[in-house]
Design a protein. Structure first.
Length: 369
């Protein structure tokens, strides 16, 4: 079975034999009392990679967003939520809303709509916090976080982004030999923004293949979060094993990351070119999540099942938020060009030509070359 369902975009697996050994998985103490060896070093490496002053690790982005919006709910703020934001960040926002914080949801990636609501709400004298994903795999585009930050900053506000998709993929200084940019630091590096009014929450479980999360920002903001966090008091820290996996991922990224990203981009270009040969188009640009709707007359579930019969596993999306039902191919640096050819040949076989009108799915964001 050829698998296109893994979000380990750079193909990092971290088998136990590749990691530094550990004497025990956990200390048995909550994060507020003790942190595993290596925590501070890995956190600071991630902060530097993202262009931030300080960072801290946590078991998951759920821990971080739950805590963050619990802390923010004690302030006189208002939250402005991009409608396409991933559910985990939304759950944190809902916690703040349940505690009386006003929340406005503005249309996905609509910086002008955000500016409208910020101007309209200015007389309320609540400091705005804008929340969005750095990159949206559903539409294949990065958020206009520079415009978001500019609007929030004008009113003394802040920007919070979930950068799980972009971490390890996007970086600084994109060009012909680095279509995603260099370094893999994520959306802040890609957009060339930063400052004391930006917080970034990311999981390393996708691009870097380590099930641990990081909060990064200014020294003052991260220290304030650490001092007021509830999960740091009531939850265990990330295990020593996942910290060693994160350490291993960052070492690979430093030495080989740009080569892996270039290989990934080449594979995705080949996939998209092969799709065009059979009259199909996918959203996603050069991002590893390549989504396509089936041609008219063939539903997504049938196409998914036919690909399974050809021993090709994809992701089936039932259709929501205005998107048609579709399937996605998640391409990683571990795939080979032969794997791509086999997948596209299976697509051509699974879609009958006779009586079927192939329709073009809206083309997503193309990473500048």
């Amino acid at each position: 079975m050829l698998d296109f369902t893994s979000a380990l975009y750079l193909g990092l697996n971290h088998p136990s034999g590749s990691l530094r050994p550990w004497p025990r998985l956990t200390t048995g103490r909550p994060m507020a009392l003790a942190l595993p060896a290596g925590h501070e070093r890995v956190a600071q490496t991630l902060a530097d990679l993202k262009g931030c002053e300080r960072a801290m690790l946590s078991p998951s982005t759920l821990h971080l967003f739950w805590d963050l919006f619990g802390v923010l709910a004690r302030r006189s703020i208002a939250i402005y939520l991009d409608a396409g934001t991933y559910p985990i960040a939304r759950w944190g926002v809902e916690r703040a809303e349940a505690r009386g914080i006003p929340v406005r949801c503005f249309p996905h990636h609509d910086a002008e709509a955000l500016r409208h609501w910020l101007r309209k709400d200015a007389p309320l004298h609540r400091r705005p916090w804008v929340v969005a994903d750095g990159f949206c795999p559903a539409c294949g585009r990065p958020a206009p976080i520079g415009a978001y930050l500019e609007s929030a900053r004008a009113l003394g506000g802040h920007l919070v982004i979930d950068d799980t998709q972009a971490l390890g993929i996007l970086g600084h200084s994109p060009g012909p030999h680095a279509p995603y940019g260099k370094g893999g630091g994520g959306s802040l590096q890609w957009a060339g923004i930063g400052g004391p009014d930006v917080l970034v929450v990311s999981s390393l479980a996708k691009g870097f293949g380590a099930p641990v999360a990081v909060l990064a920002g200014s020294e003052a903001m991260v220290r304030h979060f650490e001092a007021n966090s509830e999960t740091r008091v009531h939850c265990s820290p990330p295990s020593t094993a996942v910290i060693h996996a994160a350490e291993h991922a960052l070492a690979i990224n430093e030495h080989f990351g740009d080569r892996l990203r270039l290989r990934l981009a080449q594979l995705i270009r080949h996939f998209r070119n092969r799709l065009k040969e059979i009259g199909l188009f996918a959203t996603g640009g050069l991002f590893p999540v390549q989504a396509l709707a089936p041609p008219a007359g063939l539903d997504a579930k049938t196409l998914y099942d036919r690909l399974l019969q050809c021993e090709i596993r994809t992701v089936l999306h039932r259709g929501r938020n205005g998107h048609r039902p579709r399937i996605s191919f998640l391409i990683t640096a571990r795939h080979r060009q032969d794997d791509i050819d086999r997948a596209v040949d299976a697509l051509a076989y699974a879609i009958p030509n006779e009586g079927i009108q192939i329709t073009r799915l809206e083309v997503g964001y193309e990473v500048p070359m």
